[in-house]
Write a protein that binds this ligand. Sequence first.
Ligand code: GLP
Length: 240
Amino acid sequence: MKVHIFDTKEKLYDEVSNYYIERLNKNPNLNLGLATGTTPIPLYDRLIEAYKKGLVSFKGVKAFNLDEYLGLEKNHHQSYYYFMRNQLFNHIDINQNNCFIPSGDNPDHETAKKEYQELLKQNQVDIQLLGIGSNGHIGFNEPNTPFDTKTHVVKLDEKTRIDNSRLFNSLDEVPTHAITMGISEIMNAKEIIVIATGSNKKDAVYEMIKGNISENVPATVLQRHPNVTVYIDKDAASKL
Ligand code: GLP
């Protein structure tokens, strides 16, 4: 695991976005595993800016998102479908038919799971982007998720719902369940990039990098992956 610590978030996001641009220019047909949450937004902003300047194209890219809330309609302002279109896809030249997100509005969860598992079996992700939950979750794989899981439906931890309630009008509105790429599918990516900023992530970051590998803290599984780079600011790194 390579760990890069930055004095400022600006430097961190400049570095990560430059890396994506470089990789996309070398291989315009990358399969990108993408994430939601507030953490990736400054990266997506920089990628949009680079696209507008003609420095990068996403025409050949396929995008595979990590997760989605269950029960929100696609156009709900907090659905990850809506988030991805607003924060990235609508502003770049990606083919929207090549943008995949587990389907949270399909009441047939079994089919939704199988479809996404099949999709990931047929398309290996080249670079998987991850944020990290303050409880160490990756995607929506909450503590004690077995490491061998494929795409599955999860009951969200109360901590996760409380963390994410800042984006909803109230805690009651935060869905109780989600559908997420499984840990084994995340680990199947050729390369993984983790971004974490802010002191509320310092415990999770510490465990991910220095903790014992344990299903209690899903992000610790990343220690077993051969190609992980962690980009953190000094606040997120403050316990290391
Ligand atoms: C969310 C997402 C994760 C994300 C994490 C951190 O609930 N499911 O994919 O990495 O929690 O979110 P944030 O970046 O807003 O701190």
